[in-house]
Design a protein around this ligand. Structure first.
Ligand code: PLP
Length: 432
């Protein structure tokens, strides 16, 4: 039975796996091994030279992780994926796989604080310039592009602003120039498939909604297989010129028999090989477990978040509610165009009382956990300006959408009345 016609809910449970051929195990086994016995010397040589694909060493591939990769690729409608040790590693590799010292990428300003730091500081120190542009205007990406621009980068539902990114127009601008759009879809799995709107690469922090239970850090890069790297040899030298570290392999040519997977193979055999942010097989297993119920959880996250947004909007003492349902005009149109099944599980708000009221609110929460995470089954809250975004300057905080009094909620899957009761009591304690 071909899996390609299955809907997302079915893919979430089945893609990439059907019982272990040697034991019959239905659950995906945890292959807690570093290495794999080669059949003989010829087999080993064929694997190392990529003439044959197969397991060599768990830093580069693992059978448990392989199921996770196939499952996320299927969910996104991509051709292949690479799982890595964290969402941060996924973002870094996604860019480093194309851009070298002297190159640049153009990124939306609406980013998770950790990605902002990676782009504004660490990649810059490595010689890769990241040009930040306001995502409200797709043409800003074209204006910031030059001959050394190798990729565009953005988040689908960026927190904290929660204004959905204009995927199709930016992807279209890039495609004319040979520039792929990399989308971080961490906050909108199952609600949005960026590849269907023209993105070429999708990255995830699997730590969040995919894993869904706050147990395991992980990241995934998905190759859409929908970008013609070969058509743009000068724009994309990393995939079109001989790779000295692999006997001069030109990736677009070397892996052609395997399909349109040059990008993801290079990420695996060069970046994962050399930089080594490998996902542990145990975490891969945990994330697979999470994915099997992700569609059910996303439904509940979205329904609960919608009710929380409505509750906060009606509450005096709350000066602003940040949630796509509260938006109007272009921002709302984009949310409706790109998200289906709900507006996600994140809600932001500001209190009339500013920073002090925000702190009192956080301290008074009883059900919500006060943590630096999103996408857990549990409800979570944080004050970004003093935590996740505290390493950014006030101007940088402003451009990512973090005002001093902003409180971010990641709404869990508990009963909505219990969630609202906790919010109500904490708001009262904060004087709202
Ligand atoms: N991308 C987004 C949108 C995130 O929210 C996060 C983490 O909060 C990351 C990437 C980084 O992921 P990780 O914490 O798994 O490294």
């Amino acid at each position: 039975m071909s899996q390609s016609n299955f809907r997302r809910e079915t893919l979430a449970v089945h893609a990439g796996w059907r019982a272990d051929p040697s034991t019959g195990s239905v659950a995906v086994p945890i292959h807690q091994t570093t290495s794999y016995q080669f059949r003989d010397a010829d087999h080993a040589a064929a694997l190392f030279s990529l003439q044959e694909m197969g397991n060599i060493y768990t830093r580069i591939m693992n059978p448990t992780t392989d199921v996770l990769e196939k499952r996320v690729a299927a969910l996104e409608g991509g051709v292949a994926a690479l799982a890595v040790a964290s969402g941060q590693a996924a973002s870094a590799y996604a860019v480093q796989n194309l851009a070298r010292a002297g190159d640049n990428i153009v990124s939306s300003t609406a980013l998770y604080g950790g990605t902002w730091n990676l782009f504004a500081n660490t990649l810059r120190e490595q010689g890769i310039e990241v040009r930040f542009v306001d995502p409200a205007d797709p043409e800003a990406f074209a204006r910031a592009t030059d001959d050394r621009t190798r990729a565009y980068y953005a988040e689908t539902l960026p927190n904290p602003k929660l204004e959905v990114f204009p995927i199709a127009p930016v992807a279209a601008i890039g495609r004319k120039l040979g520039i792929p759009l990399i989308m971080d879809n961490t906050a909108a799995p199952l609600l949005c498939r960026p590849l269907e709107h023209g993105a070429a690469i999708v990255v995830y922090s699997a730590t969040k909604y995919l894993g869904g239970h706050g147990t395991s850090i992980g990241g995934v890069i998905v190759d859409g297989g929908n970008f013609d790297w070969e058509q743009f040899p000068e724009r994309q030298p990393a995939l079109n010129t001989p790779d000295a570290s692999y006997h001069g392999a030109v990736w677009t040519q070397a892996v052609k028999p395997l399909g349109p997977v040059a990008y993801i193979i290079r990420a695996r055999v060069i970046l994962l090989r050399d930089l080594g942010a490998a996902l542990s097989p145990f975490n891969a297993f945990q994330i697979i477990q999470g994915i099997e119920t992700a569609h059910l959880r996303m439904e509940r996250h979205c329904a609960n978040a919608q009710k929380v947004a409505d509750f906060l909007a009606a509450r005096k003492g709350v000066s602003r509610v940040i949630h796509p349902s509260q938006q109007t005009g272009t921002a709302r149109d984009r949310a409706d165009q790109y998200l289906s099944g709900g507006y996600g599980g994140l809600v932001g708000f500001e209190l009339d009382g500013g920073v002090d009221a925000g702190r009192r609110f956080i301290n008074a929460l009883k059900l919500f956990y006060h943590v630096a995470n999103i996408g857990d089954a549990r409800s979570l809250a944080i004050h970004p300006a003093s935590t996740t975004h505290s390493q950014l300057s006030p101007q940088e905080q402003e451009s990512t959408g973090v005002s001093p009094g902003y409180v971010r909620l990641s709404i869990g899957i508990e009963h909505i009345e219990d969630i609202l009761a906790d919010l109500d009591a904490a708001l009262t304690a904060a004087g709202a």
